[in-house]
Design a protein around this ligand. Structure first.
Ligand code: ADP
Ligand code: MG
Length: 299
């Protein structure tokens, strides 16, 4: 098969591993920078061009679109979809996953457990918002944040009120969330491929840090999931329409709650801490999907 990894940097761990794994399975794998793809969107013969040359004969793409490039990156993915090229994560699902607010709304609608979460526009409604999530301590999140930046724990009502006012004063959109104290600074990253959790790890924030992000100095160990956690992760990925996803859960007194669903989950931490060949599992999933697609087209 001919596979294309859409990634800005072929030296990134995840990109390298996917290329290696694809080649080891006998595929032709190219890494292409989505920001350097341009396209003919009008023709009845839609094209993506890279360095002046149309990309023809690709069977599958593996999008690894960074949060900063969602708009252009998903346009490139969409163009490949129009050309009939297989992608595990559709442009629509990637776009959806990048909006924390609409993602949570979508998950809630599917009955998936979430921390109690509120959203408001006007500063006059801050008191109501704080009350809605059960008062302080509570967590405040910038809608645009990633890697733990823009996530604040407000320990008291006064702190919560000032931080919310400050963010709203800057016109930043924020979510206010119940603080899941019993998670004790840890969360569970479930790596979903197709309809299975293929690896999971428990991440623990550095001492005195409530955020478990590895980018914030956290560490991780392999996690053993309960059946409920496993099914929550799979249902969350499915609700988002993602077939490769990193679903982050918190272990709360009221069962697993989903914090976010990532459409380009990193491979480095999960492979290292769980000793799983995640890259090969993704490649195998793509192979199976394509074989299924060909045989159903025959009928
Ligand atoms: P980001 O997209 O920046 O990673 P997250 O929503 O995943 O933002 O939050 C970052 C980290 O903060 C999480 O991994 C988790 O450890 C912690 N955290 C976030 N929300 C809560 C919450 N409601 N209760 C307890 N801890 C939380
Ligand atoms: Mg996170």
């Amino acid at each position: 098969m001919r596979m294309i990894i859409l990634s800005r940097d072929s030296n990134l761990y995840s990109t390298r591993r996917l290329k290696e794994a694809g080649e080891a399975q006998g595929h032709e794998v190219r890494v292409i920078d989505p920001m350097r793809c341009y396209m003919d969107i009008t023709s009845h013969n839609p094209k993506v061009l890279y360095q002046g040359i149309p990309i023809v004969d690709a069977d599958a793409i593996i999008p690894r679109i960074g949060a900063a490039n969602t708009f252009y990156g998903t346009a490139v993915v969409r163009q490949f979809e129009i050309m009939g090229v297989f992608t595990p994560n559709s442009s629509q699902a990637i776009t959806r996953s990048r909006d924390k607010l609409s993602s949570l709304q979508l998950l809630a609608r599917r009955g998936i457990g979430l921390p109690v979460t509120g959203f408001a526009h006007a500063t006059q409604d801050i008191d109501g918002l704080i009350e809605l999530v059960g008062g302080a301590p509570l967590v405040i999140k910038l809608l645009e944040g990633t890697q733990g930046i823009g996530v604040v724990l407000a320990e008291t009502y006064q702190a919560a009120k000032s931080v919310i006012e400050a963010f709203r004063g800057l016109d930043a959109n924020i979510l206010v969330q119940e603080y899941i104290k019993e998670a004790k600074g840890s969360d569970i990253r479930c790596f979903v491929v197709g309809d299975k959790v293929i690896a999971s790890m428990k991440r623990q924030g550095a001492d005195g840090e409530f955020r478990s992000n590895l980018h914030r100095g956290g560490s991780a160990t392999k996690a053993k999931l309960t059946p409920e956690e496993r099914s929550t992760a799979v249902r969350a990925a499915k609700a988002m329409g993602l077939r490769v996803a990193g679903v982050d859960l918190l272990r709360s007194h009221h069962g697993p709650v989903v914090m976010e669903v990532n459409s380009s989950p990193g491979l480095e931490g999960i492979e290292k801490y769980t000793d799983t060949d995640v890259a090969t599992k993704i490649i195998t999933y793509i192979e199976r999907s394509l074989t299924g697609r060909e045989s159903s087209a025959d009928h």
